[in-house]
Design a protein around this ligand. Structure first.
Ligand code: GYE
Length: 337
């Protein structure tokens, strides 16, 4: 072997001791620095108000705009730590999320409830833990109104009523109405459905020719319309309980050579940006506004609570309706959703 010889150095006992000491010192420094970093963020973090938000899901454009509004309002820059949970349209997941928030000892719980019923037990648990609960968007139906601190959202029954009034004043009967409903048992569905059903009782030349839940989802709105068309149901109005189901219905109509807005009048709710463009182009006939930008509203309620004030129990957002007569490009351009 003519390769280089590998030589091992033998360390003396003193050298070994000093290597061991230096290693121990280095290890200690490492531990100390890694401990001091989180300690700093920890103390900054403890100044943040912790909010657990249980969101319904991401079923519609409205919902996505609502999520963005909440995330922006409860940013670290604004002094909050937001724990966001998407329940994927399942009440059980919302209940689990609330229980997790209670375990994490959050300062506030914000709940956008999928349906009205079924909250008493978990809200009693939150109350027992001393955590204020703010309900946003849809309503809850509890045995004890003190199970939540306050609520902010839309008056969806009023939305249904103003849509019906507009239909009475603007659509020539007889009306044969296809009704695409939201999640059954949600206040958004109940309010808009009750409005229409009251209108059906009042107007003897209105007939409900089809009614089914599309859960506020575009694909389901399209599927339901396909069903209506394949069954050969005769209709001249679609009452869709949100914009996404109206988009789905419009797609189905177009596939069958039916001109939306002309052959069939379409009533919708939310008045999101894209839908308003459809009102301008004439494909959507009426869009009742439902404002999803609740982030700053919920934050203001929390700020009141932080100051020791008692906010209003119920805050309703002011909303209008849009048709071809009052809508302009400027209105659309200024919209935040
Ligand atoms: O209209 C719909 C959404 O609860 C008001 O839920 C909200 C409704 C909204 O999925 O688009």
């Amino acid at each position: 072997m003519n390769g280089k010889m590998v030589r091992f150095k033998c360390f003396s006992e003193i050298e070994l001791k000093s290597i061991f000491l230096i290693s121990c010192l280095l290890f200690l420094v490492l531990i100390l620095t890694s401990c001091s970093a989180p300690q700093k963020t920890g103390s900054e973090e403890s100044d943040l108000i912790v909010v657990g938000f249980s969101q319904v899901g991401s079923e519609s454009d409205w919902r996505e705009a609502n999520t963005v509004s909440m995330v922006e309002a409860f940013s670290v820059e604004n002094g909050y730590r937001l724990i966001f949970d998407d329940a994927q349209q399942k009440q059980e997941k919302q209940i689990t999320a609330i229980r997790n928030f209670i375990n994490q000892e959050v300062d506030y719980i914000v709940l956008a409830p999928i349906t009205m019923e079924g909250w008493d037990t978990v809200l009693t648990e939150a109350k027992a833990a001393g955590i204020p609960v703010i309900i946003v968007d849809r309503m809850v139906d509890t045995n004890d109104p003190d199970l939540f601190t306050c609520w902010v959202g839309s008056d969806t029954r009023r939305e249904g009523d103003i849509a019906v009034k507009w239909m009475e004043e603007n659509l020539a009967g007889p009306l044969r109405i296809v009704h695409l409903q939201g999640n059954i048992g949600s206040s958004a569905q109940a309010g808009r459905t009750d409005g229409l059903e009251a209108g059906l009782k009042e107007n003897k030349d209105w007939t409900l020719v089809f009614q089914a839940p599309g859960d506020f989802v575009q694909a389901k709105g399209q599927e339901l319309m396909e069903e209506v068309l394949s069954e050969g149901i005769d209709f001249n109005v679609i009452y869709a309980e949100n914009d996404n189901m109206a988009y789905g219905a419009i797609d189905a109509l177009k596939e069958h050579g039916i001109v939306p807005g002309k052959d069939v009048k379409i009533i919708s709710f939310d008045a999101a940006h894209d839908a308003l463009n459809l009102v301008l182009s004439g494909e959507l006939t009426l869009d009742v506004e439902c404002n999803p930008l609740h982030g700053p509203r919920v934050r203001s309620l929390i700020e009141q609570l932080e100051r020791g004030e008692t906010p209003e129990k119920f805050t309703y957002v002011d909303e209008v309706l849009f048709d071809a007569s009052n809508l302009t490009e400027e209105i659309i351009a200024q919209r935040g959703y």
